[in-house]
Design a protein around this ligand. Structure first.
Ligand code: ZN
Length: 407
């Protein structure tokens, strides 16, 4: 089986790093001959990578490493990922494929707002755009005035951003009344869980087709998968990656079509190969072939992170369900925040949502509706609080919606 050879080679390469020498100390590659054998290998998690700081993941001699990237996460020691020249090239090839899947060509002007630096975002968008032969506009984040000026003057056709920054730009363009001067046709949006309502607002206000691009710093960076023009599901570049979906609680492999956590093995990575890396992203593998004709398997739009699932008074809350719930209520915007506190011996959930109705009697009625719907669909009654449009923070990075203050 061809993929088994690739997997064995990946494990062999991984075992050249100090981290995997230890992590797989008891594993003999000659014993891994089937997917069943492979499924018995221990997972690799972000915490393992932190402990390998700084260079424990490096699986090649120093002279072959040309770059590092780093992901910080929310707490603690960063993770350092070394890249070889081939890793950098492979990443650009995958990224170019993403742009092509979204229908971009060498005539596009690609406006890149994700940050440049240790984080993998900006430079990945840049390398893919250059390999495509398009014009890259390396803006980086922030300075909305300048973003909009350049977008107008340079006639940017593709905007690359996180969903929350794309929303902020859409709102600013609307506010300034410059929509008719904007030439954007497509938005390539860094994958994070985002609801239909937000998607529709960005697409509507900017007048663009939206594409979700997937990736994480530990595995190259953004660009390892994207949705096509046919579907919301994302094609994954499985010539470079082996994907599994597991039950996040038990670690058992799940069949195609069932929702669980995405686990990725790098098949070609040299600098820091990863075997069975837990992404903590919740999705499912979609069976069958896509109408667009691409042969690469698809994963569904992310529904959240396995570590964002919160349990409050016995109910499990997925942020994606809250997105859907709010989308179904008129007058409620896509922006919200959840605070969970432990008060007087009881867990309390407060849901802040933005609304365009006047704060007062009208918004009080809306709060009651939200509380009622939440109870019906999610199983517990929150304290709903309406705030005006634009009052909740927008972020240039991935936005945090759930703040659990109980522990
Ligand atoms: Zn497709």
């Amino acid at each position: 089986m061809e993929s088994m050879d690739k997997i064995k080679k990946a494990i062999k390469n991984a075992k050249k790093s100090a981290f995997y020498q230890k992590h797989f100390a008891d594993i003999n590659i000659e014993d891994i001959n089937s997917i069943d054998d492979f499924n018995k290998l221990p997972f690799t998690d972000k915490e393992d990578l932190r402990q390998a700081y700084p260079f424990g993941l490096q699986a090649v001699p120093d002279e072959e490493v040309v770059r590092i990237h780093s992901s910080s996460g929310t707490t603690g020691t960063p993770v350092i990922i070394p890249y070889t020249r081939k890793d950098v090239e492979d990443w650009a090839i995958m990224f170019k494929r993403c742009y092509e899947t979204a229908g971009c060509t060498n005539l596009d002007r690609i406006h890149i707002t994700p940050g440049y630096g240790l984080w993998t975002a900006g430079i990945g968008f840049q390398a893919g755009a250059e390999l495509l032969g398009a014009l890259a506009i390396p803006m980086g984040p922030g300075n909305t005035d300048k973003q909009i000026k350049m977008m107008i003057d340079l006639k940017s056709t593709v905007i690359c951003a996180t969903s929350s920054y794309a929303l902020l730009l859409a709102e600013e363009i609307e506010k300034r009344g410059v929509r008719s001067k904007i030439h954007l046709k497509k938005g390539v949006i860094g994958s994070e869980r985002w609801g239909e309502k937000m998607r529709n607002r960005i697409a509507g206000e900017l007048g663009v087709e939206l594409y979700d691009i997937y990736g994480l710093t530990e595995i190259y960076g953004p660009g390892i998968g994207i949705n096509c023009q046919k579907q919301a599901a994302m094609h994954m570049w499985t010539d470079y990656l082996y994907c599994e979906i597991i039950d996040p609680k038990t670690g058992e492999l799940l069949p195609d079509g069932e929702t669980g956590e995405l686990v990725i093995t790098t098949l070609c990575k040299e600098g820091a190969p990863l075997i069975r890396y837990r992404t903590h992203d919740l999705t499912k593998l979609i069976p069958g072939k896509c109408e667009c004709g691409l042969d690469y398997p698809r994963i569904a739009t992310l529904i959240g992170r396995s570590d964002d699932m919160v349990k409050v008074r016995g109910s499990i809350i997925y942020p994606s369900r809250v997105d859907e719930l709010l989308a179904s209520i008129d007058g409620v915007s896509s922006e919200y925040q959840i605070m969970i506190d432990h008060l007087n011996g009881r867990d309390m959930l407060t849901l802040f949502f933005e609304t365009n109705v006047e704060i007062g009697n009208a918004s009080a009625g809306l709060e009651k509706t939200v509380e009622h719907e939440f109870k019906q669909k999610i199983g517990l009654t929150p304290k709903a609080k309406a705030v005006g449009m634009g009052e909740l923070p927008r972020s240039e990075k991935k936005s945090t919606r759930v703040f659990d203050n109980r522990y």
